[in-house]
Design a protein around this ligand. Structure first.
Ligand SMILES: *Cc1c(COP(=O)(O)O)cnc(C)c1O
Length: 384
């Protein structure tokens, strides 16, 4: 829909936020004479997260999806290898491994939260299992202590899908620093954005050298540029996973503004939580819990309706009030692509979240009056 088609009081689900210096940094990138990947702004972003989070190596990517695909390449997955993935997630969590020929074994969510139910995983492990991919839904942590203990016992790789989890913590440690690898996203809808963008965290230092090669089309260009290789040549498989400096320049401005961005999201999130608490206490709807040992990043605010029909009716009512709320994730084990390959196990919690979750508008420039309209419209719907 083009903007002029929208009613003037329309509240979108998301809007990109300009922290301030984005356009100036893009100008600087142009003036530097280098717009292709791995320039000044890319390196600044990477070094920031390496230092701030204590990650041995960080590589910016063109998307969170690409970071997941790099992870699958790095782990040398072979056809027939099995990967444990929650069914209630975005397609890329599974698709990145399907591209390597792996078989996805879908696992169910916790009863009260979309995150993986770690207690169900051991029964799904076979001699072919290679990787577990926990998704930190809404920036809320999976229990990484339990998950890493399980992975160690069975010698499995752990790739965190931290696409929604930038700046979120578990036991006071940043999400994305627990697994061997972790994928972050800087898509327009995430807390920090480059329009499209992502980042691979390489927490296992033994994977770092090869990661850089896969990132640069299978060449040793990054090492060559540092003077560490005598010749620039093709040394392994790879693809083009580097973002342009234009994206990295935009992202740098967002990284600098992260404290303000996070504080604003927290305020919006807490306002929703406070205003909907009475409806939740009365049993009209439910809210997602803050999980144990979590310092959340306020990525999304979700309401849980009582049924799919009620969810659809709420979305339609909000739409009529010129508010765009959305639902998401049709469970992947029921997707047209994967259902024929799914082993038939029931995943009731993933199914239910696919039917009842509503995401409300939550973005930096959502005005207090607009947020009150969202809250009032939802209340009116539940009164009726
Ligand atoms: C956004 C998201 C992705 C994909 O990130 P892109 O940058 O859009 O490719 C993957 N997994 C989850 C859970 C996400 O929310």
């Amino acid at each position: 829909m083009i903007p002029s088609d929208l009613p003037p009081d329309f509240i979108p689900f998301n809007r990109p936020h300009l922290a301030g210096p984005e356009l100036e940094y893009i100008r600087q990138a142009v003036a530097s004479g280098k717009l292709s990947g791995n320039g000044m702004f890319t390196q600044r972003c990477q070094q920031f997260f390496e230092q701030q989070y204590g990650i041995p190596k960080v590589l910016l990517t063109t998307s969170g999806t690409d970071a997941l695909e790099m992870a699958a390449l790095l782990l040398n997955l072979q056809p027939g290898d099995e990967v444990l993935v929650p069914s209630y997630t975005f397609t890329s969590t599974a698709n990145a491994f399907v591209l390597r020929g792996a078989r996805i074994v879908f696992a169910d969510s916790l009863p009260d939260h979309p995150n993986l139910d770690i207690g169900l995983l051991e029964a799904l492990i076979t001699p072919r299992t290679r990787v577990i991919v926990p998704v930190h839904y809404g920036g809320q942590p999976c229990d990484m202590v339990a998950l890493l203990a399980l992975a160690r016992r069975y010698k499995l790789w752990v790739v965190e899908d931290a696409a929604q989890a930038i700046e979120a913590r578990f036991l006071n440690r940043p999400l994305g620093t627990f697994g061997h690898l972790a994928a972050f996203s800087f898509h327009e809808t995430k807390n920090l954005s480059a329009g499209e963008g992502g980042m691979l965290a390489i927490n296992d230092p033994e994977l770092a050298t090869r990661a850089e090669i896969i990132w640069e089309k299978g060449t040793n260009r990054a090492a060559f540029a540092r003077g560490e290789a005598a010749r620039y040549e093709w040394v392994d498989i790879g693809s083009s996973f580097l973002p342009s400096e234009l994206n990295a320049a935009y992202l740098w401005a967002q990284i600098e503004a992260r404290a303000i961005i996070q504080k604003q999201r927290q305020q919006l999130w807490e306002t929703y939580a406070r205003e909907f608490a009475p409806l939740a206490a009365a049993g009209a709807l439910r809210l997602l819990p803050i999980l144990p040992n979590s310092q959340p990043n306020w990525h999304l605010f979700a309401l849980l309706c009582n049924s799919e029909a009620e969810r659809d009716a709420l979305l339609a009512y909000l739409r009529q009030e010129h508010i765009l709320a959305v639902f998401h994730y049709l469970p992947l084990h029921r997707s047209p692509y994967y259902m024929p390959q799914h082993d038939g196990r029931l995943l009731p919690h993933a199914d239910r979240f696919g039917q009842v979750i509503v995401r409300l508008p939550l973005y930096h420039d959502l005005q207090p009056k607009q947020q009150q309209r969202v809250i009032e419209a939802t209340r009116t719907f539940y009164k009726a």
